[in-house]
Design a binder for this molecule. Structure first.
Ligand SMILES: *Cc1c(COP(=O)(O)O)cnc(C)c1O
Length: 431
């Protein structure tokens, strides 16, 4: 039984809270003991009872350099002593200005020159969608007001972003309320869209689809999509909310195919996983269309209260400095290779059907020995993750796909422990 204060917290949680993406009947059941996370250090998390865990999915894909990083902590503290937040409507601030300049420098300075700040991945996408539609209205192509998105895509949960989503379980219920979106499974299917001249933008998670179950696109897909958009007059939105900031081995995934998008959506790892902050980068060509005289009403009437938040921008700047100071991408190359070797050791397990790796992201598909899928009612992915928790590893499955994508600062020994925990947990959960 948890200690009294932890027990009281859990009781209050079950009385008052509603958790995201969570089956609340199971959560509130007396036998379910939620972890009350209380501290973190590097790739490790500690719960209120002092038990230690490896943060196997970087706190849902957000953390980059580990928890409690002295550099990022100090930056936030220093900013806090000045001011925590001031409005970005009609005012500006130094951390936001500096961060915008850094993001432009890192992403694609020849093309992506403008930065629009918001709060979350979903809002970064919403901003791109509205910018795309308004851009075509302002440039005399207002018939372009639909979007194309891919099967199994995930771009967030606000209604506009959810319209682009292709994960049935999440999005189908609200489909009557969605924006007009053409759903395609592949690059080739884009050619089959009727009235292609009505497509404002195509949106993609480059290199790897996250919530789809860590599914990889074929190499060259993104470059092909860039060419398709150019040939068909549509804009390209790269959703790098998960892939951004080194996750795939390069600072941004699109850089691996030399295909700069018209909009780049960034969030999760932007602050190193510390604070909610998002950015939508776009080109001078798009931006210019919005610069008319006041009477032309070209202004982009969109924004969130916490746009350009100083604490978030200070954390993000510090996170980018850590990339430099600790030579993070070079060190990460070795870790990516080690992850690959360790994953290869799981291939022989009878209940592992396929393993996919993209940079420092791994998806491990579970199946019955022989290869047929488990009955979804068995919730095998969740059962394996529950077992992993007992072995000191926290992660969350996507149906029967296990996800391993720890903070980049994870030590080799910790990474071995994480993969070992997965192997043992699969064995225990299946038997
Ligand atoms: C998480 C995610 C989002 C949504 O971001 P939020 O910050 O949760 O709104 C959008 N796109 C991708 C690819 C994501 O992984």
């Amino acid at each position: 039984m948890p200690k009294p204060d932890t027990a009281a917290l859990i009781a209050a949680d079950k009385t008052h809270l509603w958790h995201p993406f969570t089956a609340m009947r199971e959560w509130c059941a007396p036998e379910h003991e939620p972890l009350v996370l209380a501290a973190g250090e590097g790739a490790l998390l500690r719960d209120s009872l002092g038990r230690e865990y490896i943060d196997g999915n970087s706190s849902i894909w957000t953390n980059i350099h580990g928890h409690n990083h002295p550099r990022i902590n100090a930056a936030i503290r220093a900013q806090l002593d000045a001011v925590a937040h001031t409005s970005f409507l009609g005012f500006t601030n130094a951390p936001a200005i500096r961060l915008a300049a850094e993001l432009v420098k890192l992403a694609c300075p020849d093309v992506l020159t403008r930065v629009f700040f918001s709060d979350d991945g979903s809002t970064a996408i919403e901003a791109a969608l509205k910018m795309a539609v308004q851009y075509f209205q302002l440039t005399g192509e207002s018939r372009r007001a639909r979007f194309a998105a891919f099967a199994d895509a995930y771009h967030g949960d606000t209604l506009g972003a959810a319209s682009l989503g292709g994960v049935r379980l999440f999005h189908e219920r609200f489909s009557a309320l969605h924006l007009p979106v053409e759903r395609v499974a592949s690059l080739a299917e884009l050619d089959g869209i009727k009235d292609r001249g009505e497509i404002a933008a195509v949106v993609i998670e480059p290199l790897i689809q996250g919530a789809a179950g860590m599914r990889l696109w074929p190499r060259g897909m993104l470059a092909g999509l860039r060419a398709w958009c150019d040939a068909n007059g549509a804009l390209l939105i790269c959703d790098e909310v998960m892939t951004g900031f080194g996750r795939t081995g390069t600072m941004f995934a699109f850089q691996q195919e030399g295909a700069a998008p018209d909009f780049l959506a960034l969030a999760k790892g932007l602050t190193g996983g510390y604070l909610p902050l998002a950015a939508t980068l776009t080109s001078e060509k798009i931006f210019e269309a919005f610069r008319g005289e006041p009477r032309e009403r070209t202004t982009f009437f969109y924004g969130h209260s916490y746009a350009g938040n100083q604490l978030g921008c200070a954390a993000a700047l510090a996170s980018l400095e850590v990339f430099e100071e600790e030579n993070v991408l070079a060190v990460l190359r070795q870790k990516i290779a080690l992850l690959g070797e360790l994953l290869a050791g799981l291939e022989s397990l009878p209940n592992v059907r396929e393993i996919r790796q993209c940079g420092f992201i791994a998806g491990i598909d579970l199946a019955r020995a022989g290869g047929s899928p488990f009955d979804p009612a068995q919730q095998m992915g969740a059962r394996v993750c529950a077992a992993a928790r007992r072995h000191g590893l926290l992660t969350r499955p996507i149906r029967d796909t296990l996800v391993l994508m720890p903070p980049f600062c994870i030590s080799d020994a910790q990474l071995r422990r994480a993969v070992d925990a997965i192997a043992r947990s699969i064995g225990e959960a299946v038997s």
